[in-house]
Ligand binder design. Structure first.
Ligand SMILES: NC(=O)c1ccc[n+]([C@@H]2O[C@H](COP(=O)([O-])OP(=O)(O)OC[C@H]3O[C@@H](n4cnc5c(N)ncnc54)[C@H](OP(=O)(O)O)[C@@H]3O)[C@@H](O)[C@H]2O)c1
Length: 395
């Protein structure tokens, strides 16, 4: 593409508006927004009316626009926009992890067919440059696992509950007011946002795309004072993590779950809206990336980085898919969990392989034991309705 970039921008919300600001302050890239497509006609905007269109076709069919930046909060609409722009020979930058996690395999094939690029650094961990690093630096078979706090809102809520004693609803409201939380908070607190991100990361880190329904994700929306008390008594913190683990030369697993974290672990001190990602590999042991995982300006900066990368014609090569043996995704992996429950009926859903600790009290009960991910996966959609909370205990 020519170095001069004319951007068609979809979405002028938290990230879209911040990107516009970040772009104005960036001297290194010759890019300007020439049209913005939004949804609501009667919404008050910080720019004059003639910047905006309400018809998505106005960008898709504008021959002067040579890069599309998609920052809307509707994954189905985003999918249609991204697909049609690529088909119409326009490269795209997107921050929409939900859309990407559901359609990445197809969108990779579409990039191949059209020769266009789709970049999405902002979709995982906000300002932390995780995707391009994995694609470029970790393009070998040394990588063993990735463990990350990938959702700023949940981390913010957990920090406020642990450190300041706030109740869950107040902490969630604060995260929403500060612009960290998704429009639909369940995406954050039930672990879906982290799930979408680990799917995108796994596609680059290990070369295998797995559909969201095939992966266990569980969040923090059922956390109670008893769970926090349990963690504090054992000098642990609870952090919502996503993890992928290479099990052997043939296979890997991944999941999203609250983790009981010991002091001394890199992610123990990741607080508030920050994200932290630990990459473990042969020979280099552990590396840690840390930064703001949400919010308009951090995310806008990641989008700017993709825009700059496009000015140098950068594309993802999907090296792990192209040049490495495909790893199989498995769910027969066993993990140790803490399960707080109230009724024996709720407990009966869980098929533990073994139980190492049991507690029954007047206020609450818990067990600690080993269970396979496949058993948890079967419960994925029932779990949020049960009066239980579970957390992963890792040695
Ligand atoms: N906020 C973050 O910290 C963050 C971090 C990483 C990634 N992201 C991702 O970035 C994207 C945008 O997030 P956000 O926080 O900026 O959302 P937001 O503040 O809710 O803004 C969404 C924008 O999308 C527009 N929109 C929705 N449906 C549309 C449609 N059909 N056609 C055109 N415009 C449409 C809205 O238009 P109106 O203005 O007319 O309502 C609004 O401007 C999402 O995919 C999100 O997952 C966000």
């Amino acid at each position: 593409m020519s170095n001069k970039i004319n951007i068609g921008l979809y979405g002028y919300g938290v990230v879209g508006e911040s990107l516009h600001h970040v772009l104005k302050h960036s001297k290194t890239v010759d890019a300007r927004v020439s049209k913005i497509c939004v949804k609501q006609k009667d919404k008050k905007r910080s720019l004059a009316e003639d910047w905006f269109t309400y018809n998505k076709e106005d960008i898709i069919n504008d021959n002067n626009i040579n890069l599309v930046v998609e920052l809307i909060d509707d994954a189905d609409e985003a999918y249609d926009i991204v697909k049609r722009c690529l088909q119409n020979k326009k490269s795209v930058v997107s921050g929409n992890k939900k859309m990407l996690a559901h359609h990445l395999d197809e969108l990779i094939a579409l990039q191949e067919r059209t020769g266009m690029a789709l970049l999405y650094e902002a979709s995982a961990c906000g300002s932390i440059p995780i995707i391009r690093n994995i694609e470029e630096y970790y393009d070998n078979d040394l990588l063993k696992s990735i463990t990350g706090i990938l959702n700023g809102s949940s981390n913010y809520i957990l920090s406020k509950m642990f450190n300041e004693g706030l109740d869950y609803d107040t902490a969630l409201k604060q995260a929403q007011d500060l612009g960290f939380a998704e429009s639909n908070p369940s995406l954050d607190v039930d672990g879906f946002d982290s799930l979408y991100k680990i799917i995108i990361i796994a596609t680059h880190a290990l070369g295998t795309y797995v559909k969201p329904d095939e992966i266990f994700n569980y969040g923090i929306s059922n956390i109670s004072d008893e769970d926090i008390q349990y963690a504090k008594e054992k000098n642990l913190k609870i952090k919502l993590i996503a993890q992928l683990i290479k099990l052997d030369e043939e296979s890997f697993t991944m999941f999203v779950i609250p983790l009981l974290v010991k002091p001394g672990k890199y992610i123990y001190n990741v607080e508030e809206e920050y994200n932290g990602v630990v990459i473990q590999g042969e020979f280099y042991d552990k590396q840690f990336m840390f930064g703001k995982g949400a919010g308009g300006f951090p995310t806008g900066s990641a989008v700017l980085s993709d825009i700059t990368a496009r000015s140098h014609n950068y594309k993802y090569e999907y090296k792990k898919q192209k040049y490495f043996k495909k790893l199989n995704y498995r769910t027969d992996h066993e993990i140790e969990i803490y399960l707080r429950y109230n009724s024996i009926e709720d407990l009966s859903y869980f098929k533990f392989e073994n139980i190492t600790e049991k507690y029954s009290g007047q206020e609450y009960n818990y067990v600690v034991g080993k269970i396979t991910l496949s058993n948890l996966l079967k419960l994925k959609f029932i779990l949020p309705k049960l009066d239980v909370f579970l957390a992963y205990i890792r040695n």
